[in-house]
Ligand binder design. Structure first.
Ligand code: FUB
Length: 368
């Protein structure tokens, strides 16, 4: 989680038309496109400026779902823990989760009490990072990453009868889970899969051999990059039904993205959604601050890199989810506008996401 200067990728050649997105709390929006994009893939670049959905607390890493006809967002709960910033993200020292919901995009937001506190999870030491949730057969499941008492990231699960919690955690992390940023996806046949992992502070690199190694060693720049992981969930949603597998992301030639390809390779924040029968894996490129995506034919991939969904936002991290609500698609994301740019104090926002006729996702620039 190193704080560096970003190279913002503003389009060089633009045409601009003022537009509006109803219900996105969008105060101004401009529709822009690069000549390069138009000739290549007919992709638009949309500029949005939206407001934080919650202002009472800081929220980040939004995982949005529609449960019981209502939009529920499962974010990280950022707060000022006073921990100095370092490259491993120690300043993201979150201790609990707060869920919020709304009946429609742009509708009033309900922020709920604490859904899960680290003191109620016996195995957790510190840093409750980006969570996700799922619903199956009358039970809601909250999946959350945290460091154990030895400072090793694992992923836990907690259950509730209500989407907003409170949740009761299992006493141990999910067996075979490691690293962070779980995203649980339900396929059309009712099978659930968890995508997870993140490099640098997320410790994915420490599991490259299959065993935990506390040294941070990465493949050489010319070698395939570390990938997100996938595991099918067990029937009871409390464990994996298989050993985690690599999720391959390929370039336009069918070769794996390389470690040195910082603009495109996976860093953290995997998310899965389907559109017109295709599987869309989206993720953060971390130190280049993009939300990128790749398309495949099944949950396991391989996935072929397509482009950038969301350009860098204010703040170091970029983390999102994509959800369909009443026939429209939305990108939930965060930035640090509410805190005046503090990396570890972020706020969740939402913008409409659109596709081209051929199923490409139009690029979004989110102004603070
Ligand atoms: O919120 C802590 C970490 O920052 C998340 O787990 C990452 O995805 C990044 O957003």
């Amino acid at each position: 989680m190193k704080q560096t200067m970003k190279q913002m990728k503003w389009p060089v050649a633009l045409f601009v038309a003022i537009a509006s997105v109803s219900g996105c709390q969008t105060s101004t929006e401009q529709k822009t496109a690069t000549t390069e994009d138009i000739s290549k893939k007919q992709i638009d670049s949309v500029v949005v400026q939206t407001k934080p959905l919650v202002t009472e607390i800081y929220t980040a890493d939004p995982s949005a779902h529609v449960f019981e006809g209502r939009i529920y967002v499962y974010p990280s709960h950022d707060y000022e823990a006073g921990v100095p910033e370092d490259d491993l993200g120690s300043h993201f020292d979150m201790r609990d989760y707060r869920v919020f919901s709304m009946d429609s995009i742009g509708g009033p937001v309900t922020l709920y009490d604490v859904a899960l506190d680290k003191d109620d999870v016996p195995w957790v030491g510190r840093q409750m990072w980006a969570p996700d949730a799922a619903y199956k057969a009358g039970t809601y499941y909250l999946y959350f990453p945290a460091k154990d008492k030895e400072d090793v990231f694992h992923i836990g699960v907690a259950t509730s009868e209500n989407p907003e919690g409170p949740f009761t955690a299992q006493p141990e992390p999910i067996p075979q889970s490691f690293s962070m940023d779980p995203a649980v996806f339900e396929d059309a046949d009712g099978t659930f899969y968890m995508y997870f992992g993140g490099i640098w502070g997320g410790q994915l690199q420490r599991w490259a051999s299959g065993e935990y190694n506390p040294e941070d060693i990465y493949p050489a720049d010319s070698l395939p990059a570390l990938t997100p992981k996938i595991a099918k969930m067990s029937e009871d949603m409390l464990s994996f039904d298989e050993s985690p597998k690599d999720v391959l992301i390929l370039d336009e030639n069918g070769d794996p993205l390389l470690t040195g390809d910082h603009d495109r390779r996976f860093f953290e924040a995997a998310w899965m959604h389907t559109y017109n029968g295709k599987y869309y894996l989206s993720y953060s490129t971390g130190d280049t601050h993009n939300i990128a995506y790749a398309i495949g034919d099944n949950p396991y991939g391989p996935f072929t890199y397509q482009g950038v969904i969301l350009n860098p936002v204010l703040g170091w991290t970029n983390h999102h989810s994509i959800v369909e609500v009443d026939g429209k698609w939305y990108l939930f994301y965060h930035d640090s506008s509410l805190s005046g740019g503090k990396t570890h104090l972020r706020s969740v926002k939402v913008a409409e996401l659109t596709y081209t006729e051929s199923g490409q996702i139009n690029n979004i620039t989110a102004k603070p």
